[in-house]
Design a protein around this ligand. Sequence first.
Ligand code: PLP
Length: 370
Amino acid sequence: MPAPPFDAATATTVTTSDGRTLVTFGGCNYHGLAHHPRVVRAAQDAFARFGVSASASRETTGNARPHELLEREAAAFLGAERVLLVPDGYTANVAAAQAAARTHGVALLDERAHASLHDAAAAAGLHSLVYRHGDTDQAAAMAAEHAEHGVVAMVDGVFAADGRIAPLRSLLAALPDDGLLIVDDCHGFLTLGPSGRGTVSHLGLDDARVAVTTTLAKGLGCAGGIVAGPGCFVDRARRTTAYVCTTPVPPALAEAAREGLRVMRDEPSRLERLRDNAARLRGHAVRLGLSVCADPTPIVTFTLGTRDDMEHARIALDAAGFRAPVIDYPGGPAPVYFRLMVSSEHAPGQIDAFAAALADAIPRPVRAAS
Ligand SMILES: Cc1ncc(COP(=O)(O)O)c(C=O)c1O
């Protein structure tokens, strides 16, 4: 069930239809760049120059200068040989899977990999094998058994639904020499690693078998998706129908994304603030006795008693001035759960006030049990 629609938003608040402003711990606008004045101005200026849509595939008549510049600048930012820009993160996974399917036949998928990775493997005609969450021994056994068909592992860098960092090093070790690893880094990009380069950098991996996909909608606060990696792989992605047969991100949003990357370069302290805020929120959750993943990511998920208990807690938090999403989204710790996201724009006081409200909202039997 979606959260009620909002009528306006800032980096840390949403305004509801009855005119109340709530501090939000939802959304994945990890640096508030969707509202950063420089990013908004870059989009506004470019909307005036380019209109609101490219209106055609880049391979026909929709290729605008900002698309090419963004690809080059994103490659430089990530330290990738090449980057391909596509309409969104979902399409990035489909393009990457289609590129992999030119040379490989089997997709290895964590059972909690983002649904778009499962969809992408199926859409690309890869034979999907699903291993238990984080169980790289099982993944290794499957990879060995199917090595002759060519194996590509497809996994989130940071799992969207529980905030866990994937064991990418072990997964890579589990692959045959000609294997491929596609890392969907929608939640690691601009949250983990030096300069926010993502989970692969955070884990210090440097391997030509790795390609990365990400949305530009979360850490960068814009829209679009990219496939980043070795030139030969990205060139293959450039020949897929997922790229060739889709209208690209509007040029104005490509301009906004370029400005977002510059903001991240100019304001490196954002990453530290995000990590401090994530640790602060996680620390509060632990002190409240909630069972949360310890990995240092800005996603904190947990359950509280029954579905009704969680709905009551959500309503109590809403009444106290906070939006804390209870979501029904695949891959989480339960069918329905709280998924909180923190950003570098939250003030520590907002996080502390939220934790106090959460303590009051937790149903008594749950607290007694913890
Ligand atoms: C892990 C993950 N992969 C892919 C996507 C899809 O990205 P987009 O919304 O840009 O299509 C999302 C976000 O919704 C996500 O969380």
